[in-house]
Design a protein around this ligand. Structure first.
Ligand SMILES: C[S@@+](CC[C@H](N)C(=O)[O-])C[C@H]1O[C@@H](n2cnc3c(N)ncnc32)[C@H](O)[C@@H]1O
Length: 246
């Protein structure tokens, strides 16, 4: 899968995306991530890409022409799916991440300053995506969030498909608590069942803990989760246990 990120801070993007799993996936050519510096398309002596907003108001706006030229340099006559990272967009969810991971390529535009001239958004953007209801100084961190979340759904990026299918949200529930060595930390022991080697009991424990966590931390997810009759029975058991504790 290919990502072309249009940004004023390509080094910031590379610092994040060239590390760890996403960095390795680029080396093994499962992912191609290009960071295009919009300033390279400024076409003026000072490489300036921003200007005052018409009608007045605070701050500066990114101008349309350099962004469009940067876009054209990667689009090369095609119309690649283009996302603008924006607090005005729909908030990113795992369902959207899965949908985007099916695309061969995505162009991502990162805004800065007070935002971007509307006309270039109308011209090139298919979708605006927000990473949450708060405002950041630029689209670079949101773009990194989008690339990371989408890329890890791409086959071959993670070592095993189980790595994400059992994870929180993707599975419909929050993941059960996890432990590694040492077996005792500050007097807290790893649940005995995890050391038992009894596969069926371990799986049962994991499912119950996932249901319990979800019930306690994100009960809203239970309404949408694909629960079996057995799960519902376990959930009743959990609710009974929790009520008797209080
Ligand atoms: C300071 S913000 C501009 C906000 C804009 N004036 C508004 O009110 O909608 C600068 C840039 O950061 C990015 N950005 C800020 N918050 C974001 C969020 N929650 N999700 C995605 N991108 C965001 C966008 O690319 C935006 O153009």
């Amino acid at each position: 899968m290919r990502f072309d990120i249009l940004t004023l801070f390509p080094d910031m993007m590379r610092t994040i995306l060239d590390e760890s799993i996403i960095g390795r996936a680029q080396k093994s050519e499962i992912l191609e991530i290009n960071c295009i510096n919009i300033r390279d398309f400024a076409n003026n002596k000072h490489n300036s890409v921003d200007d005052y907003p018409y009608g007045g108001g605070f701050g500066m706006l990114m101008q349309a022409p350099p962004i469009y030229r940067a876009y054209e340099s990667v689009a090369q006559g095609e119309k690649p799916y283009t996302v603008y990272m924006s607090p005005q967009g729909k908030v990113l969810t795992q369902d959207k991440v899965i949908e985007l991971s099916k695309k061969d390529r995505i162009v991502i535009l990162c805004g800065h300053y007070e935002g971007v001239d509307e006309r270039v958004l109308e011209e090139i953007v298919d979708e605006e995506i927000s990473i949450g209801d708060y405002v950041l100084t630029g689209g670079e961190l949101p773009a990194a969030v989008l690339v990371d979340s989408v890329a890890r759904m791409v086959e071959g990026v993670l070592p095993q498909s189980e790595s994400f299918t059992e994870e929180s949200i993707y599975s419909g529930l929050l993941e059960h608590p996890q432990y590694t060595r040492p077996p005792v930390f500050m007097g807290r022991e790893v649940p005995e069942v995890l050391l038992s080697g009894h596969h069926a009991n371990i799986e049962k424990w994991k499912r119950k803990e996932a249901l319990k966590r979800t019930y306690i931390k994100r009960p809203d997810l239970l309404g949408k989760a694909d629960l079996t009759d057995k799960d519902r029975k376990i959930l009743d058991e959990i609710i009974g246990e929790l009520e008797s504790e209080t």
